[in-house]
Design a protein around this ligand. Structure first.
Ligand SMILES: C[S@@+](CC[C@H](N)C(=O)[O-])C[C@H]1O[C@@H](n2cnc3c(N)ncnc32)[C@H](O)[C@@H]1O
Length: 260
């Protein structure tokens, strides 16, 4: 299946997936999206500075733009810190195609090793790619992770990745105080996160897309940006109607429960 390469507005490239009929990244900028949508809201640099190590789970390796950009940013801003990286992906593209998205340099060479061996252990970072359906892989992960990049295709095209069961499995491997970020602001995504026990807040607006969603396991300091009151109440009402969970109950959805 050919995935056509497309230039985005920040000069970096993405691709178009013919089956999902979606681009892998925002057309406003693939690299910019990695920073604004994931590195910043997940507080990756702060964590690396404070703890000297940051553990990141990347749901949907795709073209590897998020990993390349994150590793470059950590190395640029906190060169003494180490990153532990795990990516989940069911369709790993050929290295030659992926490499076109990583530019040149050390990180690109290291990522080539990661993709060819499915693991990498170097001075600044170590990681692995778990190839297969993320719904299964996530249940076998040990964690904990400080940051989770939730980046499958959209809830309407890739619905299996947005179920309460997946969100709960991600919650289980998240460190207390860890943060998940996603571009989706769909009620389906937010309801599944809430039902799985995540605290949710407003994500940043990237390009022309609406604000995404940021979620934390437990409370974080500084707190997440709150959703508009009307929006929050409507989600809580739907959560209660559709799952019987009210915003205050400790959630314990059964394994594999379907999406709201
Ligand atoms: C939007 S792209 C991710 C872009 C990527 N984060 C990057 O920086 O290039 C979504 C990815 O999720 C993967 N995906 C979708 N459903 C999946 C599933 N059930 N299990 C594992 N990967 C899945 C797709 O194959 C695709 O590569």
């Amino acid at each position: 299946m050919v995935r056509k390469k497309v230039l985005t507005e920040d000069g970096s490239h993405t691709r178009f997936h013919p089956h999902y009929q979606e681009h892998y990244h925002s057309l406003s900028g693939a690299r910019n999206e990695a920073i604004q949508r994931f590195v910043v809201p997940c507080r990756v640099i702060e964590k690396a500075k404070d703890a000297g190590v940051v553990r990141i789970l990347d749901v949907g390796f795709g073209l590897g733009v998020n990993v390349a950009v994150t590793l470059e940013e950590i190395r640029r801003q906190v060169p003494h810190a180490r990153c532990i990286w795990v990516s989940l992906e069911k369709e790993l593209l050929p290295i030659a195609d992926l490499q076109e998205h990583w530019g040149e340099g050390k990180v690109s060479e290291e990522l080539c090793q990661l993709v060819s061996d499915l693991s990498y252990d170097g001075e600044f970072w170590g990681g692995r790619i778990v190839v297969g359906d993320a719904r299964d892989s996530v249940r076998r992960l040990k964690g904990p992770f400080d940051a989770i990049y939730l980046d499958p295709f959209s809830p309407s095209r890739n619905p299996e990745m947005w179920s309460i069961g997946v969100m709960r499995a991600l919650w289980e491997v998240c460190e207390e105080g860890g943060i998940l970020s996603t571009y989706s602001s769909a009620a389906k995504a937010r309801l599944a996160l809430m039902a799985a026990g995540w605290e949710i807040g407003l994500g940043p607006r990237v390009g022309r897309k609406s604000s995404g969603t940021v979620a934390s396991r437990g409370s974080v300091d500084p707190p997440l940006l709150t959703l508009e009151e009307k929006q929050r109440r409507s989600l809580e009402r739907r959560l209660n109607e559709e799952t019987g969970i009210n915003g205050c109950d400790p959630p314990s959805p059964p394994d594999g429960i379907s999406s709201p």
